[in-house]
Design a binder for this molecule. Sequence first.
Ligand SMILES: [Zn+2]
Length: 154
Amino acid sequence: MYVFSCQYSQNKNKTSSNKKQNISNKMKKTEVEWKRSLTDQEYRILREKGTERAFIGKYDGHFEEGVYECAGCGSKLFQSETKYRSGCGWPAFYDAIPGAIEEHDDNTLGMRRIEITCSKCDGHLGHVFNDGPKPTGLRYCVNSVSMDFQPGKK
Ligand SMILES: [Zn+2]
């Protein structure tokens, strides 16, 4: 047993250090092209920053070995070994694959949160919080709809 609140301050640097990454090989599509290549639900979440309902996502209770990829572009986002049971109702990871994710300040809904997007296609994935487990203290809270799962070892 340990207390989550002790970890908050020392992890702040980690979340903000990813912010200024400039990755030039972005996938650019028009909204019409995205509408054509995504399902309605994927479009609503990835392109319009929607959120799926808690506890119904296909990967919330999913703990097989493999890698989670972006549903928009196929870029690898999270390894299954960093997934954990957060109880928040969405798939949660304590770390992301390096360079896979960009962070943005999000002050919508009267909250100060950090939005996470796919660094390749800018698709909305979810948010990252500072209340995760060791070793990072981070909780990447991700919509199941934003991801596809590839089973097997990396
Ligand atoms: Zn993507």
